[in-house]
Design a protein around this ligand. Structure first.
Ligand SMILES: Cc1cc2nc3c(=O)[nH]c(=O)nc-3n(C[C@H](O)[C@H](O)[C@H](O)COP(=O)(O)OP(=O)(O)OC[C@H]3O[C@@H](n4cnc5c(N)ncnc54)[C@H](O)[C@@H]3O)c2cc1C
Length: 522
């Protein structure tokens, strides 16, 4: 017999399958040895009250052979001799487009400007230790895209459960822990992602797909308003049945290329702000209402939103929100060029660092880009770049991030000292209002004051703000037809993923890759 149950139990019981089996044996009045296995279907933490509970949906196998979990495998053919489809970019959008193309009988040919995972790791070490940014190989560029050395949180606002499960199963069949299938807030961790991405590449190649690293695309081959292939920085050309453009939001040269080639692009609102960091122990205390988290709970996270209201009490859409929160994490230097500062966050699978960081951003729009309006569809991009460059010079022109204590930011004064933090390269005390546009600065201050009221203790001397969190979304949209998903002017060109403005995050970029690939045979 398999019994389905919904439980609300203390973390000490939910923590491992042995204690859970003991509990179920007592609860169900079934001898312990008759429980042959437990499968967790859904699991979340309820930290709303003083006492913390874990809510679990489980299947209990009683006197029944336990069926071990098996990730769903894709039905993939060998496509080495099939029609080639060029995918520019090996991020989540590109990789998942490649899997889908193989299922559909096309040969994915992935062109990636960066290096494969292991070589990329060396460039990240050079960035951290020697403070040298390689414009082709960094936290955003290289095998697996911005997803490889990311935090690997796999939540999305999308409600298409079937599609999400497909993506999660593919991660599991390439080495991710099966916990990601049942946890409400699944997370892989930076230490595990590189092996998973490597395994995915191997599967794609085994089925006849191709990967070309250090192959930067510099031009689209367009004839009679149809995209026929791409030209590379090396001088070579590659032709294909179609081109999927999945280059992420940091590939500014791709936006310049499209503009130069008269391919329609549009400026779009994007998110801009700072990264905030607290001691993890403080966030645990605030979220779990305890002095010490203990061993049975994961490091606590949070999600905060403050919406500005107009005089009628309606939201103005100018809110402040926390984004990409990394419990037990590290603040990463995510710039793609020398001369700019961009920060982001990651955490290892165990989330065992002593800091908790999160993006804290506001949405900026054409009102903010006005001074750059003469750049037309690149106005938002130039605005973004100018803020990042200002942060670089303010920080001391040496990749140190400009920073301020949260309390000083609110009080409007420069910090005389800065708290310890996880940004390895170092921080420089700066009044952040010198870097951030006034409207962003004001909204962040208002948001922080509101967050301090919602979460007492959040505004503290021990919390630090680092600039700039500027790459959470793309400043450019590459338009596409809503039915064919092709560019409205250029046939067989498929804008895809976060860079083209159709995704935000790993899972949504992966789903967009699949969605676009599905349109290729039409
Ligand atoms: C440090 C960090 C932490 C993050 N944490 C999370 C998280 O926890 N959860 C989450 O959902 N999201 C996270 N993100 C965001 C997430 O990584 C992105 O949303 C996602 O990777 C976007 O996927 P994509 O395929 O659209 O683009 P990308 O992943 O950006 O991939 C684009 C690829 O295109 C390549 N490329 C660019 N230009 C060219 C060219 N001219 N020729 C050839 N190749 C080119 C790039 O090298 C890159 O590999 C994080 C990002 C960073 C940087």
């Amino acid at each position: 017999m398999i019994k389905q149950l919904h439980l609300r139990i203390p973390p000490i019981i939910a923590h491992d399958d042995n204690s859970l089996s003991d509990y179920l044996s007592a609860e169900l009045g079934v001898p312990r040895h008759e429980i042959t296995g437990i499968r967790r279907v859904r699991q979340s933490i309820d930290a709303r009250g003083r006492q913390i509970f874990v809510q679990i949906q489980v299947e209990v196998f009683i006197n029944e052979p336990f069926l071990k979990f098996k990730a769903k495998e894709l039905d993939m053919k060998n496509v080495s001799a099939a029609d080639p489809v060029i995918i520019v970019g090996s991020g989540p959008a590109g990789i998942f487009a490649a899997f889908k193309l193989i299922e559909l009988g096309f040969k994915p040919v992935i062109m990636e400007r960066g290096k494969e995972v292991s070589a990329r790791r060396r460039d990240l070490a050079i960035l951290m230790k020697q403070h040298i940014v390689n414009p082709e190989s960094n936290y955003c560029f290289g095998e697996g895209g911005a997803g490889t050395y990311s935090d690997g949180k796999l939540y999305t606002r999308s409600t298409k459960r079937g599609d999400i499960e497909r993506i999660l199963h593919l991660f599991v069949s390439h080495g991710a822990d099966e916990r990601i299938l049942y946890e409400t807030h699944p997370h892989i961790g930076t230490n595990k992602l590189p092996q998973i991405i490597t395994a995915m590449r191997r599967t794609i190649i085994e089925h006849g797909g191709e990967f070309h690293f250090s192959s930067k695309v510099t031009e689209l081959i367009i004839e009679n308003n149809t995209c026929k292939g791409v030209k590379l920085a090396s001088g070579g050309t590659i032709n294909g049945t179609a081109v999927i453009l999945a280059t992420g939001h940091s590939a500014r040269d791709i936006f310049f290329m499209l503009h130069r080639q008269n391919v329609l692009i549009e400026a779009k609102p994007f998110a801009l702000g700072v990264r905030i960091e607290h001691p993890q122990a403080l966030i645990d205390t605030l979220q779990y209402h305890c002095n010490l988290r203990g061993e049975y709970l994961p490091p606590a996270s949070y999600r905060l939103v403050h919406s500005r209201k107009n005089s009628l009490g309606a939201s103005t859409g100018q809110g402040v929100f926390s984004f990409c929160m990394c419990p037990g994490g590290i603040i990463a230097p995510a710039m793609t060029n020398p001369g700019e500062i961009v920060v982001n966050g990651w955490s290892p699978s165990g989330r065992n660092n002593s800091y908790a960081n999160s993006g804290l951003v506001v949405s900026v729009d054409e009102e903010d880009f006005k001074p750059y309006a003469h750049h037309g569809p690149l106005a938002a991009l130039y605005f973004q770049q100018a803020v990042e460059q200002k942060a670089f010079t303010s920080g001391g022109s040496n990749l140190k991030a400009p920073a301020q204590r949260v309390t000083d930011f609110i009080a409007g004064k420069t910090s005389s000292t800065l708290p310890d933090n996880s940004y390895f390269i170092g921080t420089t005390s700066v009044h952040l209002q010198e870097i951030l546009p006034k409207s962003v600065n004001n909204r962040l201050r208002e948001g922080l004051i509101a967050f301090g009221k919602k979460m007492k203790g959040y505004v503290t001397e021990d919390a630090i703000l680092l600039a700039t969190e500027s790459r959470t979304s793309s400043p450019v949209r590459v338009p596409r037809d809503k039915d064919t998903l092709q560019h409205p002017q250029i046939k067989k060109l498929y804008p895809c993923g976060e860079g083209s403005g159709y995704a935000g995050g790993i899972v949504s970029a992966a789903m967009d890759g699949e969605r676009v690939a599905t349109k290729i045979p039409e």
